[in-house]
Structures are given as C-alpha cells and as structure tokens.
Ligand binder design. Structure first.
Ligand SMILES: [Mg+2]
Length: 366
C-alpha cells in the first residue's frame, strides 16, 4: 500500500475487534483507557463510497511537463519528473473540487464516525512508476487524502473505472472521457479557467446543465433539428412525461445520497454540498418538464436557474461552483473566460453543432 492512516477506536484490542471501516490492520497499539491506535488501510468499499476518479493532469497542473513529453519524448519527461520529484506540482483544474470533497468527508466523519458513505478519490494515471513519486510527494504536500492510485500503464482506464464502481471520472483526455460515457460512466473533460475565482472552503458547489447532461438529449434533438418554436410546443405537450436520464444523473444521485445524511442530522441549512441546475431553458415555456423529471426521480436540486438563452458565464461567476458540467463547448468556453472551472460532457447531438451550426466532423482533442 502507498498510504497508511491512524484511527482511534474505543474497542479494546483484547476483544480482537476493529472498527468496521478498517479493511486491513497493519499494526495496533493499546494506549490505555480502552483506546487503541490502529495503523491501517481504511478504504471504504466501492459499493458504499461515492468514488471519484481523477487523472493526474486534472488534479495537478502538468502543462509544462506535458510539453516536455510531447516535444522531447518519454525519457526526457521521466528524467525531468524524477529530477523535480521534491518540487510539488501546482494545483490543476480538479484540485479545488477534490479539496472540497475532502471537506465534505471531514464533516461526514464527524457526524457518522463509522460510516463508509464518503467520497473516495482514486488517482488515475498512465504515468511511469518513476513519476508516481512526484505525484505522491505532491499529494502529501497539499495534505490530500488519496489512498488509491491506479497506474494504468497506458491502457484504457475503463476496466478500472468499472471495478472501482466509479461515480465520476475527470480527465484531460476527451477520448478517454468519451469512452467512459459510452460505457455508462459519468465522465467529463476538465478545463483550467482563464482566471481564478475564490471558491468556498466550507461547501462543495456543483453546477449542472440540464439537457444532454442530467437528462438525455431527446429535447436537444428537437431544438437542433426543428428550432425553438417546435421545441416549446413539444415540451408543453410532454410536460408530464419525464425525460430519460443523461450521463451525469447518477452523480447527482450520489450527491443527493450524501446530502440526505446531513438532512437526517438536522443540517439541511448547514449542508456542505449544494447543487445547481443552470439551463438555457426558460422557466415558463419548458422549465416545468425538467423540474417534474427531477421530482419523478426523487432527486432534489438546491437551485434551478432558467436562463432562457442568456449566457451562462456571468451567472456561474456568481454561483462560484467547484465544477460546472455542460455538453456544449461554447458554454464551457463562456464559463471558462469568467473563471469557472468547467467540464465538458461529450454526449448527445450537441457534439455535432457549434453555436447552433452543424459542423461536419466533430473535433477530437488530445
Ligand atoms: Mg445541454
């Protein structure tokens, strides 16, 4: 194992028992008064945890290192990383999100010391093992609790994502993200914003687009193929028919599961997770179907913002989410310009269009 942590338990070691969250005890020490210190691996089981897999290039800013890899090849790249292994990497686009997940975990552990229903972060990397040392040093430097490393050695991460029952996968590689979405795993390509906004230290804030993100692209298809008027008519007509689920629905569901743990302890007003729907739909003409769909799923969203086609960037600047998910690149770009960390969900008919115009070949990014 790469990491160990200490957990105190009231259970006496003589009884042979250990806290249920501990999967493997390496050493234990009885310190008197019924207390013991366990040196252990404390990884929650994937079926209980909300597993978030992040790539090394989303957690850390490795733009300069990537340039060495591309321009000078793998040997120079590994040599550079080894030479700089004691220099912590700078935070990348998913770093504030991961930090916020850990703050939620701290709150959950205080309320539910024995529960495994926490965020579990897995670092996915196809880096050389030599580079792993710099990653570990950087993780320790920032005090991040990342106990699972998955070094895929250049292979597709999909098998690992499934094995870990991943609830969300964040990467810089649009190809890997597309592959994950095709396999039914919530995933997005994260972009570093052009400027930095101050983000909450106490509350994880997540913003979602609606169509082709939380919901399927069935209504988006109507907009793209038949225009807005037909779309409004269609949405009115099918107001009571829930939309099919989109690629990020399960992640919203997982956030809801953890939110309810706070509500159960009377912490609704002080909940460290807040979710936002930021949709281009307008409330009056097409908003009802969206809200009724969420209700039919038994899911709550804390704030629903219907922009009626207005740009999303300025509003997101006010919301200050740790991450914003959208399927359309022009919304991602607009949000990014104004300092919102944005993540592209490559799903649905929107991939074939740019600002309402059909594009011949969907652009594939590295
Ligand atoms: Mg959309």
């Amino acid at each position: 194992s790469l990491f160990t942590c200490r957990i105190t338990s009231r259970e006496h070691p003589a009884s042979g028992s250990q806290p249920s969250c501990i999967t493997k005890v390496s050493a234990s020490l009885h310190i008197g008064n019924g207390f013991s210190v366990f040196l252990c691996l404390c990884q929650p089981k994937p079926q209980n945890a909300v597993t978030i897999a992040v790539s090394s290039r989303t957690l850390f800013n490795m733009v300069a290192e990537r340039k060495i890899f591309v321009d000078e090849g793998v040997e120079k790249y590994v040599a550079f990383q080894v030479e700089h292994e004691n220099d912590p990497l700078k935070p990348g686009p998913a770093f504030p999100f991961v930090k916020a997940l850990m703050n939620v975990n701290t709150r959950l552990r205080n309320l539910y010391p024995d529960s495994e229903e926490l965020f579990d972060i897995v670092l996915m990397t196809n880096n050389h093992a030599q580079v792993g040392v710099r990653l570990i040093n950087s993780i320790n430097h920032y005090g991040l609790t990342i106990e699972r490393f998955c070094m895929t050695g250049g292979k597709s991460p999909i098998g690992y994502l499934k094995a870990y029952m991943t609830n969300l996968y964040l990467s810089k590689s649009a190809d890997k993200v597309t592959e994950a979405i095709e396999e039914g795993i919530a995933a997005a390509t994260v972009f570093m914003p052009k400027q930095e906004n101050d983000l909450s230290d106490t509350q994880l804030r997540v913003a979602f687009d609606g169509d082709a993100v939380l919901f399927s692209d069935e209504s988006e298809i109507i907009v793209k193929k038949h225009g807005l008027d037909t779309f409004f008519e269609h949405e009115k007509k099918f107001e009571n028919q829930p939309l099919a689920q989109g690629p990020l629905k399960c992640f919203l569901e997982a956030l809801g599961k953890l939110q309810r743990k706070f509500y159960a302890k009377n912490e609704r007003l002080n909940c460290p997770i807040r979710t936002f729907l930021v949709t281009a739909r307008s409330a009056a003409s097409s908003g009802a179907r969206v809200l009724k769909t969420l209700r039919s799923w038994g899911l709550e969203i804390d704030e629903a913002l219907f922009l009626a086609g207005a740009p999303k960037g300025p509003l997101l600047q006010k919301i200050r989410p740790h991450i914003f998910f959208d399927d359309q690149m022009f919304h991602i770009e607009g949000a990014n310009e104004l300092g919102t960390i944005s993540a592209h969900v490559p799903y649905g008919i929107g991939q074939k269009y740019n600002k309402g115009k059909l594009i011949e070949e969907p652009k594939k990014e590295e």
